[in-house]
Design a protein around this ligand. Sequence first.
Ligand code: FAD
Length: 399
Amino acid sequence: MSATETQVIIVGGGVAGSSLACALAHKGIHSILFERSKNSRDLNRGDGLQPRSLEIMETWGVLKAFIEAGAIPSYGNEVHHPVFGKLLEVDLGIVNTQYPYMLNLPHPQIEELLAAHAQNSGYCQILYGDVKQVLFENNQAIGVRSVVNGEEIVIKAPVVAGADGSKSFLRKYAEIETTFEPYDHDMIVLHTKRPHWFTGRFRTKVFLHQEGPVVLLPLPGNKIRVVCLIKGKTGGKWMALSKSELQRQLIRRLPNLADVELEQHGEHIYRIQKMHAKQYANKGIVLLGDAAHVTHPAAGQGMNMALQDAEILAKQLQRAFSAECSLDNAYATYESIRRPLNQNVINRAHYMAWLIWSPSILGFVDRTFRMATLRFLFPFKYQQLTQSLAWGISGIQQP
Ligand SMILES: Cc1cc2nc3c(=O)[nH]c(=O)nc-3n(C[C@H](O)[C@H](O)[C@H](O)COP(=O)(O)OP(=O)(O)OC[C@H]3O[C@@H](n4cnc5c(N)ncnc54)[C@H](O)[C@@H]3O)c2cc1C
């Protein structure tokens, strides 16, 4: 068995873990990152990088690689109604930033590019192995035990970061309380070629329907992701449908999709829930990303929260490593900055979900009435709402 020391141990090589490795490398801090799955995961997850994330990625020096990989800009969101047409348009152009758009790239590529950048920096070593145990001394985490290439290894570090996703194993070691609140609806995620009418300045398009909205997100390679909200616990039924029946169900909700053919791989059911851990750090373990918070995907920001957590955590760790403050102080400052921002995203996503998911006719009429009244009778309030949503989606704080 070998034992090695580093400054920061990162458990989990998703967006949270790889981002933390990039942020630390940029600040000259060494890390060892453990990821249990060696092969890139074919995950239908977050693929829209917010303006604020792009600003941070530019400082890490990784943004260029995303543009070279073919990431495509998307300039905001639109909500369409079957009778009233466009009821809401959120344009990121109003946000004061060098990047007034989202960059969309499939999630596995985002993870790969971040991990490659961290590794190439010379500050981060990636080990493909499952972390099996956290080691403690005086009730503080001092390292982890893992098996890498059949060999048991121990790594020690003053900082152990849990970036190991919503089911976080490190959160349990840290004895941090969480409550998961499931929604009454889930998501089915599908893919298809971009329809001929999905052109121009791309935005995410939400098409309302009384049985649940259909959301279309532009992806590189002339593709779109099709996301449908469905009643909770009906995912099994949807996944059992034949391709033609699935397409028929989709066209019932959005007739415009009649001339596109669904791809037959990558379908995925996502159980939607929200959670915000009671603390971000305890017993020498600090959490980030989905390990610390899970949000409804309606605001499309879980991955961006993970990336932005990483930047703030790395900044605070830099202060601690240069003896400006203690590690406990660094963790407390990290949490005091990130918790209110993350809670805002969770609340905004909850509001967006309420607006677009109304499974009864009465609910649908109620939401339609509210949105149409705002759109057509109160233009000033409508403008205020769309501007505040644009700032929210950008991740940049409104001045
Ligand atoms: C359908 C869907 C759509 C979404 N849409 C968006 C969107 O549009 N925009 C957005 O910003 N976000 C979106 N999200 C959310 C976003 O994908 C997540 O919030 C984000 O990816 C979380 O990243 P993470 O690194 O914290 O966790 P994860 O991606 O879960 O990564 C955790 C990693 O830790 C590893 N791991 C776990 N335990 C161990 C262990 N013991 N040892 C070693 N490795 C371990 C796992 O293998 C995994 O790679 C969406 C999510 C879903 C499911």
